[in-house]
Design a protein around this ligand. Structure first.
Ligand code: FES
Length: 171
């Protein structure tokens, strides 16, 4: 699994999908052939992504690439969880309880694409310390719900499952 820090000033990291790395390592010889002859096969190989979340410290967001899209995996702090839970649904443009968006309160997993026009929002920014989309100013909270700006919907939650306490599978 390769990692890199996209912007040193931010705490977010980019993880290359474990699934993709495995697929390349075990199928390197045939990979170009498959990719060339059957693009669907390469897409299929990335249809799910496993991520070891045990190394993600509280308060950090990791960005994983899944099916060509960024997915934000956020290890929420107690404060962030409380802020996400203690919101009157009537205040939300797209009302959804935090409990309906997470499987475990400490972990928020959302697709990192602004529901306005598809930019990638920036973590730990905006009035609710969730995400801020610099394209047209949409502001999301620590549950990834839209709070201000033109985005019509909350950040989408992908299909995912906890394989163990420290490992999730997206897709
Ligand atoms: S694309 Fe995010 S606010 Fe427009």
């Amino acid at each position: 699994m390769a990692t890199s820090t996209a912007e040193p000033t931010r705490r977010d990291m980019l993880y290359i999908a474990t699934g993709a790395a495995t697929a390349v390592a075990t199928g390197a010889a045939i990979w170009p052939f498959i990719a060339q002859m059957n693009p669907d096969a390469s897409t299929l190989a990335l249809s799910s992504t496993e991520l070891d979340i045990g190394a993600i410290p509280e308060g950090q967001i990791v960005t994983v690439k899944w099916r060509g899209k960024p997915v934000f995996v956020r290890h929420r702090t107690k404060k962030e969880i409380e802020e996400a839970e203690n919101v009157q649904l009537s205040q939300l443009p797209d009302p959804q309880a935090d409990s309906a968006r997470v499987k475990k309160p400490e972990w928020l997993v959302v697709i990192g694409i602004c529901t306005h026009l598809g930019c990638i929002p920036l973590g730990h920014q905006g009035a609710y310390d969730g995400w801020f989309c610099p394209c047209h100013g949409s502001v999301y909270d620590t549950s990834g719900r839209i709070r201000q700006g033109p985005a019509p919907r909350n950040l989408d939650v992908p299909d995912y499952a906890f394989l163990t306490d420290t490992k999730i599978k997206i897709g």
